[in-house]
Design a protein around this ligand. Structure first.
Ligand code: C2E
Ligand code: MG
Ligand code: MG
Length: 633
């Protein structure tokens, strides 16, 4: 009997209007049962169907969600349940005359999104779109639909669900998420992206550069002496300066470059597409120039500079870690080269850095392990060849590296602050040794000790010297302190807010004498010399070396000696290696000399020959040198 039973359209819709798959399958199954001609008495089937029909009709009309029936071919609205009519504010008759896209469109998608899906005549569909109601109200709806074949007719039954509330909550959550994201990926103070942001974006930028065959540059920027500004002018000023700096860096870079504050006074700039190395130079110069102009903070100008290290992809590395490390290394190189400049990474820098790190860690141990020692080099009166003082020179016998020269480790010790305990060790050894010589009955000469600027800044040097000389009962007048010009003229505040000049003043009050070491290599400022009444000038070896052959060196040395005489300052010439140099210096009126020609630095045990103010026997100098071959001095 197939075909004799016809399900009304309303009936079928009701079947589909029920929740989930089952009613549809039930409906299909029943049709299939009928279609397959199962011997079921027609009257019983009809009765059953009438019962089913009633239930399905109720489900359609009473369903809380909107249900819409659309003709599969014309895409006209065929039916809409009361819930949908209520929600839309249109009656069925009105709806039947309205194009579908007039009701369901918007919500970000194309207005015809629903129509486009229906045109494909899919067995099922699911779409999120907007619903425009008569009142002008706009709802976000989720539409799920099923395709039905009812006889020759194709219908799509669409069930709508109001997801406006869900969307609102989602939007709020998204906004919150974005806010949290922003907080997590940005620096509170400057508003710049932070280290996490960099970690999230730099690898992608490297990948992009790899794909496009471009270069990419990582600039590591560290403000010079920021800690000093922070300490002396207060954190609030420091913060304002950081903000201004961030702003200036941002304005000197392109919008697609990444500018990040890594923390403290460190910034990273990633130049995403570099066509030539000159472009890096340009950007780095632009940044240094932009920073060089004074920043007005609370009406007061503040000058800051930056040291910048640059690493390049692919030349210096292909991972974020490598590029950051290399740019950091290059930044340290920029600091070493006097700050306020930029340096491109080179493998030599890396080797130096590794060596430096090795030195730093073993230097700490060296102090405890008594690997540090002090040697003494005489300072000699040029006329009489009498030893007038002994200069202490630090020596480090490293178990693996062998003899490490002070030039290689003093800078590291200064950077790490280790120079404070090391400097105290040297001072104590010098004072102690002086007391031992005296105890042995020798007539002692003053000891000259090299003092680093960091010692003056980070420790109470006058107090240390007062304590040590008291302990070993040595007069502070037996001490000469060798400071470099930069230490002497440093305007920076040091220990307890005291300036270097004040500390030097207290050292002079104790009775210690002050010498300017390596004179000529720094400021060489006459006016300062006058003001600070130093006792000695030590002319740097670089002027003495070619004194006999280079007329300009001769002129400089001559000028220094004349000037010192005028200011009542004694002159010591450093690094005398030849008789001609010594003779020239004598002719020029230089009082004292120091150098291998006269005496090399020697350990404590070999110093007795330099005590008692006796003249040096320069004829046996060679045998001394041979004896010293084993000491490495
Ligand atoms: P400086 O104070 O100018 O010491 C003179 C340096 O020149 C010493 O090198 C000495 O060995 C070397 N020298 C002396 N005469 C001659 C010569 O005729 N020819 C040549 N070529 N060199 C000569 P050294 O011992 O390697 O020390 C280098 C620098 O390390 C010192 O220069 C000083 O600035 C620093 N230094 C050494 N000991 C200490 C220390 O205890 N504390 C601090 N802060 N620095 C130190
Ligand atoms: Mg010296
Ligand atoms: Mg010197």
């Amino acid at each position: 009997m197939p075909g004799t039973l016809r399900l009304s359209l309303r009936h079928t819709v009701a079947i589909c209007g029920l929740k989930g798959r089952e009613p549809l399958e039930l409906g299909s199954a029943m049709l299939a049962v009928v279609g397959a001609g199962v011997p079921l008495p027609l009257w019983r089937l009809a009765r059953r169907l009438r019962g089913v029909r009633g239930a399905y009709e109720a489900a359609f009309t009473q369903a809380p969600q909107g249900v819409l029936v659309v003709d599969g071919r014309s895409l006209d609205i065929v039916d809409a349940n009361p819930a949908l009519q209520r929600s839309l504010g249109y009656r069925l008759a009105e709806l039947r005359k309205m194009p579908l896209e007039q009701i369901f469109s918007g919500d970000g998608g194309p207005p015809e999104a629903l129509l486009a899906q229906l045109r494909e005549d899919p067995p099922r569909l699911m779409i999120e779109t907007g619903q425009r109601c008569r009142s002008g109200r706009f709802l976000h709806v989720e539409i799920s639909g099923y395709r039905l074949e009812v006889g020759s007719r194709i219908l799509h039954v669409l069930s709508t669900r109001d997801i406006t509330m869900r969307r609102r909550v989602e939007a709020q959550l998204l906004e919150k998420q974005q806010h949290l994201d922003h907080l997590a990926h940005h620096d509170q103070l400057t508003g710049l992206p932070n280290r996490l942001f960099l970690a999230a974006h730099l690898p992608g930028a490297i990948e992009d550069a790899k794909r496009s065959g471009n270069m990419l540059a990582v600039l590591f920027l560290d403000l010079d002496r920021f800690k000093h500004i922070n300490d002396s002018r207060g954190h609030e000023t420091g913060d304002k300066l950081l903000k201004a700096v961030a702003q200036r860096i941002r304005t000197t870079t392109r919008t697609d470059d990444i500018v990040v504050r890594m923390g403290g006074d460190e910034f990273i700039v990633v130049l995403k597409t570099i066509s030539s190395p000159e472009q890096i130079n340009e950007t780095a110069s632009r940044i240094t120039e932009a920073l060089a102009a004074p920043v007005l903070i609370d009406g007061r100008p503040l000058v800051t500079t930056a040291s910048i290290g640059v690493s390049l992809f692919p030349r210096d590395g292909s991972s974020m870690g490598e590029l950051l490390r290399q740019s950091d290394t290059a930044m340290y190189q920029a600091k070493d080269r006097g700050r306020n400049n930029f340096q491109l990474f080179s493998p030599v820098m890396e080797r130096k850095l590794k060596e430096r790190i090795a030195i730093e860690s073993s230097l700490r141990a060296a102090l405890q392990a008594r690997q540090l020692d002090v040697h003494y080099q005489p300072i000699v009166d040029i006329e009489s060849h009498r030893v007038v003082a002994l200069e202490t020179l630090l020596r480090w016998r490293h178990p693996a590296l062998g003899f490490v020269a002070p030039q290689r480790f003093v800078a590291v010790a200064e950077e790490t602050g280790l120079i404070v305990p090391i400097g105290e060790f040297v001072l104590e050894r010098a004072i102690e040794d002086s007391a031992r010589w005296r105890a042995a009955g020798a007539e002692v000469v003053p000891i000259s000790v090299n003092i680093s600027a960091v010692q003056l800044q980070r420790s109470d040097l006058p107090a240390t010297i007062a304590r040590l000389t008291r302990t070993h009962r040595v007069s502070p007048t037996m001490l000469q302190l060798e400071l470099t010009e930069s230490t002497l003229f440093e305007r920076r505040e040091g220990h307890n807010g005291e300036s270097s000049q004040d500390a030097i003043g207290r050292l002079r009050e104790l009775g210690a004498r002050i010498a300017i070491d390596d004179f000529g290599t720094g400021y060489s400022s006459l006016s300062y010399l006058k003001r600070w009444r130093v006792d000695y000038l030590k002319i740097d070896r670089s002027f003495v070396r070619d004194l006999v052959t280079d007329v300009s060196d001769l002129a400089i040395v001559e000028a220094i000696i004349a000037m010192a005489r005028h200011l009542n300052i004694e002159v010591v010439a450093e690094g005398i290696e030849g008789w001609q140099q010594l003779e020239k210096l004598r002719q020029l009126g230089c009082s004292y000399a120091q150098g291998y020609l006269l005496a090399r630095p020697v350990p404590f045990d070999l110093c007795h020959r330099y005590l008692n103010g006796q003249p040096l026997d320069l004829t046996c100098q060679e045998s001394v040198e041979q004896a010293l071959g084993a000491t490495g001095s």
